[in-house]
Ligand binder design. Structure first.
Ligand SMILES: [Zn+2]
Length: 202
């Protein structure tokens, strides 16, 4: 297959780099001629300065980040551990209440004991349950990312980027939804990749 990897916008090849290559080293530099304006202090006072200079732009991590193949995964294991740890105290309290039910202190009303204990245990379990809930959601999100990864990676790996036009493009359509040879911004690129992976709305 003869693949044309020139930029669809400027039709040049020199500024073109594959997206995996950009993200692999996490940085890329390009040289530009830019103009600058400012003020300088001279013997006569402040003077305006206008000129041109070669600017070395480091698109580094910002570009690599905006072309990321998947959202960052947050491990759920430690959070689960914390949630369980927070439930140790409520469990102990429940055990104490059960013992107290069998051997009630003299003069205690069982109903009010159960009622009070339920409210108290519910209150002290809340932080642990909330932490476990978010650990569960995190795990589900990670699973969704893992499921969509092969498809997203196929789309992402076929992408190219033109440093001259600041546009990403696909020389050919890796999947039908992806337009071939059409320049897209890094944000649009990432949107399309994440959409292919099905993890756009986490
Ligand atoms: Zn270009």
């Amino acid at each position: 297959m003869d693949v044309d990897i020139t930029c669809p916008h400027c039709h040049q090849l020199d500024g073109v780099q594959s997206v995996p290559a950009i993200c692999a080293d996490g940085s890329s530099t390009s040289h530009d001629t830019g103009s600058y304006t400012g003020v300088s202090i001279a013997s006569t006072g402040l003077v305006p300065v206008i000129g041109t200079s070669t600017i070395e732009r480091s698109h580094s991590t910002v570009l690599a980040r905006s072309l990321a193949s998947a959202p960052a995964q947050e491990p759920a294991g430690r959070l689960t551990g914390l949630g369980l740890l927070l439930l140790v105290l409520p469990t102990i309290v429940v055990a104490i209440v059960i013992i107290a039910m069998f051997f009630p202190p003299p003069g205690t009303d069982r109903t009010s004991l159960v009622l009070g204990a339920t409210v108290f245990v519910g209150m002290i379990s809340l932080p642990g349950l909330l932490v476990l809930h978010s650990a569960f959601q995190r795990g589900r999100r990670n699973a969704r990312i893992a499921r969509g990864r092969p498809r997203a990676m196929a789309v992402w790996g076929a992408g190219w980027y033109c440093h001259r036009c600041y546009l990403a493009f696909w020389p050919y359509s890796p999947i039908p939804e992806i337009p071939a040879r059409r320049g897209v911004t890094p944000e649009q690129f990432r949107w399309l990749v994440w959409k292919a992976g099905g993890y756009l709305n986490r």
